[in-house]
Design a protein around this ligand. Structure first.
Ligand code: AN7
Length: 352
């Protein structure tokens, strides 16, 4: 049972006596050792951090519980965020849990079905804007000031504080830091948070080394790799379709300080990793999450990963968020069959 990150890691978080220790059971997510993918790639110590097992199905819950607890402590009356989907789901859930209205700005037509469904179910005020995520974030920042709402995007420093707890869990589970941490990069808050977490765990002398941070953007939305903002980002991985990341500088710091890497992967590579994870490991993540594995495979091909090393790939969100994409990679159409054993036997013979 997870007590939630505010209770589990209270000493490492910016909490006061007045901060409510709210929880929807976030954190304590599984670190699963790879079986078949590890064998096929010749890297035995490969692990997946299943952040899709958080209460709203993504890592955002770790940061959101901290940001919302702080908002309550400061008597906030309303939350606002811009989102490619997961932030809005988490904000809406924790807002509902605490009885605070939540406004979410999403880029029209670019949010996975499951994420919209969540924001609707949790009762958020959803505004779908005619613009991309970067525009939505710009507007959310202005509205937050004008209308005195608490901005709960990762520009809010409490978000990063909460999210760093995933690093603590990885080190506790492995008994040391991994050699490599592979992670998708969108707005770049999470890579910033993980790096802070590893550094703090080392300062506390729980670990003696920190991992190389390997961050991966989608090729059509790779501003950090290109060195300039991307006006019209494009990728099938809608969660990381971001052209001007808010935590750009700290992502670069994580990369440089850890002797790591920020690279990009194509949509084909992302889809291939997404499929392999589901079919070779039984792990269904969303496409943005698969960018970490696609990137790890690319780095391995380029001999940037020592095969004996321990590698953790962060799978940031569950595949159920984006059911439409899963249907698109079906090998065959869904088959309807008469409800008889004869018909079923014949049908099964035709599927191979
Ligand atoms: C599944 O929800 O930006 O680099 O608005 O949903 O910390 O931005 C989501 C980002 C990776 C990238 N994987 O993390 C949002 C949003 C998933 C995500 C990222 C996101 P950051």
């Amino acid at each position: 049972m997870s007590l939630g990150i505010l209770n589990t890691y209270s000493e490492f978080l910016p909490l006061s006596e007045k901060t409510p220790r709210i929880s929807l059971g976030e954190g304590g997510t599984p670190l699963v050792q790879s079986e078949r993918l590890a064998k096929s790639l010749g890297i035995p110590n490969l692990f997946f951090k299943l952040e899709g097992c958080n209460p709203t199905g993504s890592f955002k819950d770790r940061g959101m519980v901290m940001a919302v607890a702080n908002a309550i402590e400061n008597n906030s009356r309303q939350l606002i965020c811009a989102s490619t989907g997961n932030t809005s789901a988490a904000a809406a859930a924790y807002g509902a849990h605490c009885g605070i209205p939540t406004v979410v700005l999403v880029p029209k037509g670019n949010v996975a079905t499951g994420k919209v469904a969540q924001a609707i179910a949790y009762g958020a005020k959803i505004l779908s804007i005619n613009g991309n995520f970067d525009k939505a974030l710009e507007l959310a920042q202005i509205l937050a000031v004008d209308l005195k709402m608490t901005l709960v995007n990762s520009i809010n420093p409490y978000r990063i504080e909460g999210q760093k707890t995933a690093s603590f869990e990885i080190c506790e589970r492995l008994g040391s830091a991994p050699d490599y941490l592979c992670i998708p990069v969108g707005n770049a808050g999470n890579i910033t948070a993980y790096w802070r977490g590893f550094k703090e765990w080392k300062e506390a002398e729980f670990i003696s080394s920190t991992p190389k941070m390997f961050g991966f953007q989608a090729e059509g939305a790779a501003p950090i790799v290109l060195g300039h903002p991307v006006k019209e980002p494009q990728t099938i991985a809608s969660a990381i379709k971001i052209g001007n990341p808010a935590s750009w500088t700290t992502a670069l710091e994580a990369c440089v300080e850890s002797n790591g890497l920020i690279d990009s992967v194509s949509d084909e590579e992302i889809l291939s990793a997404y499929k392999s994870l589901a079919r070779m490991e039984g792990i269904f993540c969303e496409p943005a999450s698969a960018a970490s594995v696609a990137g790890m495979m690319k780095a391995k091909r380029n001999n940037l990963i020592n095969p004996d090393a321990s590698i953790v790939c962060v799978l940031t969100g569950t595949g159920l968020k984006d059911p439409d994409l899963a249907s698109q990679i079906a090998d065959r159409p869904l088959q309807e069959v008469e409800a008889t054993t004869e018909a079923l036997s014949i049908a099964l013979q035709s599927i191979n």
